[in-house]
Design a protein around this ligand. Sequence first.
Ligand code: SF4
Length: 289
Amino acid sequence: MTRNGLRIELARVYGFCPGVRRAVEMIEEHLAREGRVATLGAIVHNARVVETLSRKGATVAKSLEEVQAPAVAITAHGAGREIYEEITRRGLDLVDTTCPIVKRAQEVARNLARQGYTVLIYGEETHPEVRGILSWTEGKGYATMSAADLPPFKGGKLGIVSQTTKDQKAFWGFVQEVIAGIHRGIKDLRVVDTTCPETGRRYRAALELAERVQAIFVVGSRNSANTRKLAETCEHTGVPTYFIEDASELRPEWVRGLSRVGVTAGASTPDELVEEVVARLRELGGEGG
Ligand code: SF4
């Protein structure tokens, strides 16, 4: 895309991942049919998406106690077993938007626990997805980001899985450290790679883009961890990187004198925000960029 000399390139992969797109579509379909739903936490870390859904009848509830609507939606991050039980107990309709990749991680963790494995989850224990996976281990799992912080392993069967958004290489590095640290006690080891390729695809596409442009605009909410990391990845390339929530934050001086800029977006950023940024960049290019 060019206008008056400013070429605007989009990353090969950017924006909504399939899991988030599916979750938003499921909520929209439910709203079109039934009119109201409460989501357990924001369906995605993006204010525009939350606002748009709220205009159509979605509210955000921090817990099941807060739910006023007849239906409740579990987000793409998934939820623990006790949440499903409580939803049934309260007689609420369920819109389960758990991403199939997260669902698989939950099922793997549950099956390992049922087969007598202690389940170690590589991930942040306070993250909603990890709390959900942990819950499915029924008390036989724990989560950590560091092999150095492992609780004493009493020996026996050990299963290792990952928070889906963790880097695959980092996961396998963690597995090696765990084995090196406690190998004598392990009688049976099962490692299941439950990482999702989507986050990595956005990072790799951003790095490719950085090789071709003079500045990169990363679009997304500042409260979105994956967008923040995407921006950090771009910054590390040395190419000037601007992390913006929407087109209104774009400053004309950022593109002045440039001929080629790139745009990417985190997995929680809707297409419309990216389109608005591209449209504004076109205008700025037309203003003598
Ligand atoms: S990043 Fe992957 S696991 Fe997470 S919601 Fe998207 S597709 Fe699903």
